[in-house]
Design a protein around this ligand. Structure first.
Ligand SMILES: Cc1cc2nc3c(=O)[nH]c(=O)nc-3n(C[C@H](O)[C@H](O)[C@H](O)COP(=O)(O)OP(=O)(O)OC[C@H]3O[C@@H](n4cnc5c(N)ncnc54)[C@H](O)[C@@H]3O)c2cc1C
Length: 384
């Protein structure tokens, strides 16, 4: 595949991360990518993919070694995410598991909770999920109806969640629930529910427009009793905890968008160099060259901005508004660029056997989850 930016190195890269990149590229290309097609047909990855990835050391890279992680930081997570996507092995929900769910345990869990849950997540024997969205509310998180009412040493959870990534495979779910339903945001807490707990059931694996290998489910809680020790962080602080973690989640989605736009352009360059029409390469038409020149320029703008966000994030300075800008702009751009790239493939672009057709379907959700792009603009506009 054409290397799009051979002369560009991210300012945060170093030799150690380059070595990790090489190892991750090899692992995802040889061990996971060959299974992606069958996972898409099955609507879910094999369970073994999780333990294999854990054993290879590519889960929970930013979690300290004392809790089973690799003892790296968010740059390590970024390198792994980028190589997983470049390899076309997006089916494994490790982005949610490692880069979104595990940080909640790290930042808000007490030592006992971290010891109890993180090593299994690092090994891939325990899959993590986070359940915020409900059938009646997504963007308006304060209006969730799931309750977790304290009863002695337990919380009793009632309610339902939907569109939950890793919903079928999950062993641990961080459930966003109201511990005080009389309050809005101040009544929200995060509670960990383990699979197998009585009263917790997983619904069907939802069929989706894209990301076919990623399991996405409804989850139901009916008088589900969990010990009070499963509360993550302080009671009533759930909304604040979510707001604190969302910049990393949004940066993460933006990073995925950048990799996917780069990959789409590279694949398209390869294709139009080979494909011929009217006695010349498709690349030699001025329309093709100009379209790809625009795409390449925008992809570099996106990468530069997202790299800058990562540097800020590493310094603890990535604010919600800038992370929202990154998420909104790159995911919109990802969809636009992939659409152009698909068109340049002609009929082949519509065929499943060409990765660009799947990338087109998979990209669509990027402007929706992690907070819709309308919500991103709402957040940005608060700083005007
Ligand atoms: C594949 C997939 C995986 C997901 N994974 C997870 C997961 O793991 N965990 C989880 O909790 N959730 C998950 N979600 C849910 C996702 O985060 C929500 O779908 C998303 O936040 C939008 O919520 P909603 O679907 O309720 O849409 P709604 O909030 O009903 O929005 C409908 C439309 O109204 C617009 N809108 C809403 N409010 C405003 C406003 N104030 N101003 C302007 N426009 C507005 C929205 O932008 C949207 O266009 C996932 C979703 C998908 C599709």
């Amino acid at each position: 595949m054409t290397d799009l930016f051979e002369n560009y190195t991210s300012p945060w890269m170093n030799d150690e991360l380059s070595m990790l990149r090489d190892a991750a590229r090899k692992f995802f290309t040889t061990e996971l990518a060959p299974h992606q097609e069958s996972w898409e047909a099955n609507g879910i990855v094999d369970r073994e993919a999780w333990s294999k990835t854990g054993a290879a050391g590519f889960l929970l890279a930013e979690i300290p070694t004392q809790y089973g992680g690799s003892g790296g930081d968010y740059r390590h997570e970024t390198v792994i995410l980028e190589e997983q996507l470049r390899a076309g092995a997006s089916g494994l929900g490790s982005q949610v598991h490692s880069q979104i769910v595990a940080p909640y345990f790290l930042h808000y869990g007490n030592d006992e909770q971290k010891q109890r849950w993180l090593p299994g997540m690092a090994a891939g024997t325990h899959v993590g999920a986070i359940a915020m969205t409900e059938p009646n509310t997504g963007s308006d998180l304060q209006s969730i109806r799931t309750t977790a009412i304290r009863d002695g040493d337990e919380f009793v959870i009632n309610g339902s969640k939907t569109y939950i990534s890793n919903g079928q495979h999950c062993d641990l779910v961080i459930v966003v629930a109201k511990t005080d339903p009389s309050q809005g945001a101040k009544g929200i807490s995060l509670i960990v529910v383990e699979a197998g707990t009585e009263g917790f059931t997983k619904g069907r694996n939802l069929k989706k427009l894209g990301q076919a290998a990623a399991d996405t489910s409804e989850l139901f809680f009916e008088d589900c009793r969990v010990p009070a020790e499963n509360l993550l962080g302080e009671e009533g602080k759930g909304f604040v905890q979510l707001m604190q973690q969302l910049p990393q989640e949004r940066l993460n989605i933006a990073q995925a968008a950048v990799v996917e736009m780069e990959r789409a352009i590279s694949l398209t360059i390869d294709f139009v160099k080979e494909r011929r029409a009217f006695g010349q390469r498709v690349l030699d038409f001025q329309n093709t060259k100009f379209k790809l020149a625009e795409c390449k320029t925008e992809a570099l703008i996106a990468r530069t901005f997202v790299d800058q966000c990562l540097v800020k994030h590493m310094a603890g300075e990535l604010d919600a508004s800038t992370a929202s800008m990154a998420k909104y702009w790159t995911t919109d751009k990802q969809n636009q660029i992939i659409e152009i790239c698909l068109q340049l493939h002609g009929g082949a672009g519509y065929m499943d056997e060409y990765p660009i057709s799947r990338m087109y379907r998979d990209a669509r959700v990027q402007t929706i989850y992690g907070g819709t792009n309308e919500i991103m603009k709402e957040l940005i506009s608060r700083t005007l």
